[in-house]
Design a protein around this ligand. Sequence first.
Ligand SMILES: [Zn+2]
Length: 177
Amino acid sequence: MPARVLLAIASLALVGCAALPAPGPSRGWIYRHGGLLEEAPGAPLASRAEALLDRLRPHCDCEAVTLGVVDDERVGAYAFPNGTLFVTRALLESLDDVQVMAALAHELGHLDGTRHGNPSEHRADASGCDLLEQSGVAPSAMLDLVMHLQETTGREYADGLSRRELALRERLGHPAH
Ligand SMILES: [Zn+2]
């Protein structure tokens, strides 16, 4: 992967979070992630994702953000610098509403980080926690998400996720047992 721009869920999930190098998604990128899930039976999933993003929108500078769902069986979320977010079908099928909001808030944190020139997983988590709190969701949802991903994802993301867990525990004052 070229510059690190794919922030999204690649690190988050299984695929994690990645900040994408291109300003926006190419047709090839969408194709490689299973294509857009716009038709039934995917429509209810996409509607749910939009509704959850709408709960965050009043509290972020994200009027221009658009959200798509790709028909990918790997859990993932992606943020492109042009404000295009994608989540995968597997992410929506495997996470509860609050966890999905945490994933979206993390991705929005990447966009915010991009604007400020220093995107990183920890900053995206921190920014995402603030956004969750402003939206009336306990910021510990971000820790729940990271823990869930650690339990369900492979070794590939283990180091990054455990570092995120430690940073979140410190931030949230939730020491490990
Ligand atoms: Zn990320």
